[in-house]
Design a protein around this ligand. Structure first.
Ligand SMILES: [Fe+2]
Length: 281
């Protein structure tokens, strides 16, 4: 559900623009088209600006370093190994869209590599066949591709959840994370998705506390006066600009972060037209 306090806003499809087809793919993860947002959500907060979380969800670079301890655990328990994790995280791409939207894209599970040692391989194979039946092989592969989709300014669609970023103060942010249950898929598949979501993205998962620690450190660091600017130029020189203006970068490039800041600059430097009642029109 989207809302705006400004009266003169574009319609939703225009606003979503290049991001809209990816939202459709996200919704099609449920073979019958129905997805339930599970309540109550996970909530967490951190002592830092909301834009740190906005930049973070499409960042393909930090994982190898910030979440190294999690990958070591996977390695130790034989679920994956560090080399495999690093190779995987080199794959895919980043995309920067108009209006500040963007995404991080990585290869999704396949029949030959279902869920890589996790407990739900059989359930995944059934799900894979259902998706093939409903959508055909080509769209199935597009649907299964792993994506972190960012909708400017504060919503994330992950493969298994929706994340809403709520700014509380310049240095205080709350994040609300809701698991999504695919109504068209069986319970075992959904339970496996839930377990996977919980162990990394939940409040006490392996991933989120790592990120929050870094946000707090960055919030301290940016108070230093010695450096006025932060650079977001990773992968800028070999970024592709498509005909429609969409930018495509390496999976560890800061392409979506730059799209976010282009969107931010556009919004923050536009003076709204105000009518005689002081309302934007
Ligand atoms: Fe992270």
């Amino acid at each position: 559900m989207f809302g705006s306090l400004e009266a003169a806003v574009p319609d939703l499809a225009t606003w979503l623009g290049q991001a809209a087809p990816y939202i459709d793919l996200w919704a099609d993860r449920s073979p019958d088209g129905q997805t339930t947002v599970v309540t109550p959500p996970h909530r967490y907060s951190y002592p830092g600006n909301w834009k740190l979380q906005a930049e973070n969800g499409t960042d393909g670079y930090h994982g190898n370093y910030v979440h190294e301890s999690f990958f070591q655990i996977l390695d130790e328990f034989g679920e994956s190994d560090m080399k495999k994790v690093r190779t995987f995280r080199e794959d895919g791409c980043t995309r920067g869209f108009e209006n500040g939207h963007g995404l991080l894209e990585r290869p999704g599970p396949t029949k030959g590599n279902p869920v890589d040692g996790r407990r739900g391989a059989d359930a995944f194979l059934r799900y894979h066949d259902e998706l093939t039946e409903v959508y055909g092989a080509e769209r199935r592969d597009q649907i299964l591709t792993q994506r972190n989709i960012f909708i400017f300014p504060n919503v994330y669609l992950f493969d298994r959840s929706i994340r809403v970023i709520v700014p509380k103060a310049v240095n205080e942010t709350e994040v609300i994370v809701s698991f999504t249950w695919l109504d068209g898929a069986d319970n075992e598949l959904n339970e496996d998705r839930l377990a996977e979501h919980q162990r990394f993205f939940a409040t006490a998962g392996f991933g989120i506390p790592d990120d929050l620690e870094i946000f707090a450190s960055v919030a301290t660091g940016v108070r230093a006066a010695a450096m006025e600017w932060m650079l977001l130029d990773r992968g800028m020189s070999d970024e592709q600009i498509l005909e429609n203006g969409e930018r495509v970068g390496h999976s560890t490039a800061e392409t979506p972060q730059r799209a976010f800041w282009y969107g931010w600059r556009e919004r923050m430097s536009t003076v709204p037209q105000v009518n005689d009642r002081g309302l934007a029109q």
